[in-house]
Design a protein around this ligand. Structure first.
Ligand code: ASP
Length: 443
């Protein structure tokens, strides 16, 4: 498949890609280099250098200041300055004073927290549409949420696809839409990725390009493994597994609209547009990966509750009662590796810190175990790859690599999809285990 032969591409640019005028120029070059890049979704200006503040964060600060009865002049002034610097750097004849005044007034008059935050994308969208000569399409009119705040995908898709048909091109600011009563509602942080995906679906795009400051996904975290290889192709499912474990390039919820429509996502680097990046697809059979594994990701900060009781396997409702006890504390469990007379529940340590005792008591009351223990300091590592499905010996290689590095495996979990193997190791062994597995499969 030749990815340059598409008719409609939706291109989303992250905050670091639109942080200043120089980046706007790079973005315009990328868009103009390919006439099929028709619909553009911008984020708000991000950090220009380490220690800089994102415009979205400054807008939240404005809101907080107003609600605390303070004066927003100084922080709002800095926001206006950021945009004016961009306008000036681009040599545009464009004056946003009226917009600024209105926004400042609205933030001061109960327009809400989400309204305040959304103005970062809104203003960046206005400037970008002016600079590109593209139509400005305000998502408040088309991206809709239900009363309970959840995203209304079907009404949105109907409204937005109708609208997009009327435009040859357009800039649609990311991150927000509106509630049934017309107030502005944002997605969670990083949500412009979701808007890009929604627009790609509504435009029946052939490709959703997500431009950021890295050249796609790497096979492992570069802070742990030296110079890891890039991933050329990955499936949505593999990506879900890796993102769950902390591989963060794309907002998790951005996958659903395009996955539903079968539209591939291409993660690209605005500062290195020649890099092909990573392509995320439903099926990658035609793109055999060089390696059995696609990637490794992991996280520290887990703990395991182990419950022992002879004959628990024949006690009906045992597992349900244990999980109910955890649910009653409003906590979700991560994994459930079980033996014959033992059941272990892996949980996020930060979530249970305030209710450990209560959970233990609830479980004791519910199932009367012989013993119950909580072990801290667990790190989980997920080895993920479509190449692992039905290939023999992958698990052995993972375990041997870890054992050869002198590391004890505290937990093993392999989903029946065979797409991943998750192992639990002591937090102190985490980095060493990641490196050992990477070296076994990649180097
Ligand atoms: N500007 C928003 C944020 O900082 C949304 C985004 O960039 O995707 O979270």
């Amino acid at each position: 498949m030749d990815f340059n032969s598409f008719n409609i591409k939706v291109v989303k640019f992250g905050g670091s890609s639109l942080a200043d005028a120089e980046h706007f120029k790079k973005v315009a070059d990328i868009i103009h280099a390919d006439p099929t890049r028709i619909f553009v979704v911008p984020s708000a200006p991000g950090k220009r250098f380490s220690g800089d503040t994102k415009v979205t964060d400054m807008l939240y600060e404005c809101y907080n200041t107003v609600t605390a009865g303070g004066d927003v002049d100084s922080v709002f002034g800095r926001i206006c300055e950021r945009y004016n610097l961009i306008i000036e750097g681009l040599g545009l004849d464009y004056d946003l004073t009226e917009e600024f005044n209105h926004i400042k007034w609205a933030i001061g008059h109960s327009a809400g927290r989400d309204y305040a935050a959304s103005r970062g994308e809104y203003l960046n969208g206005l400037i970008l549409s002016k600079y590109l000569g593209y139509d400005f399409i305000d998502p408040a009119r088309y991206i809709r949420f239900f009363d309970d705040g959840s995203f209304d995908s079907e009404v949105t898709n109907a409204l937005l696809s109708e609208e997009l048909k009327k435009h040859d091109n357009g800039v649609i600011p990311g991150f927000y839409g509106s509630m049934p009563n017309g107030t502005i509602r944002t997605f969670s942080r990083g949500g412009s990725d979701i808007t890009g995906s929604i627009v790609a679906r509504a435009a029946s795009a052939d490709l959703y390009e997500n431009w950021t400051d890295v050249s796609g996904f790497l096979m492992a975290d570069p802070r742990i493994v030296d110079n890891p290889q890039g991933i050329s192709y990955i499936t949505y499912r593999e990506l879900r597994e890796l993102s769950y474990m902390g591989a963060t390039v794309l907002h998790e919820d951005a996958i659903f609209p395009v996955r539903f429509a079968g539209i591939p996502i291409n993660i690209r680097n605005t500062n290195m547009p020649e890099d092909p990046g990573t392509i995320i697809l439903s099926h990658t059979e035609m793109y055999d990966s060089k390696h059995i594994i696609t990637g490794i990701a992991g996280k520290k900060g887990f703990c395991v509750i182990t419950i022992e009781k002879p004959m628990m396997n024949s006690e009906k409702g045992f597992g349900r009662k244990v999980l109910e006890a955890i649910e009653q504390e409003n906590i979700s469990f991560e994994h459930l590796p079980s033996g014959i007379d033992t059941m272990s529940v892996v949980l996020n340590r930060s979530e249970i810190s305030s209710c450990r005792e209560r959970i233990v008591n609830r479980i004791c009351n519910a199932v009367e175990p012989d013993a119950i223990t909580i072990e801290e300091g667990l790190a989980l590592i997920a080895v993920v790859g479509r190449g692992m499905v039905k290939s023999k010996g992958t698990a052995v290689r993972v375990f041997k690599a870890v054992a050869d590095a002198g590391i004890n495996i505290r937990m093993i979990d392999q989903g029946s999809s065979e797409l991943n193997i998750i192992i639990g190791v002591d937090e102190n062994d985490f980095e060493k285990a990641m490196r050992a597995i990477y070296t076994e499969f990649v180097d």
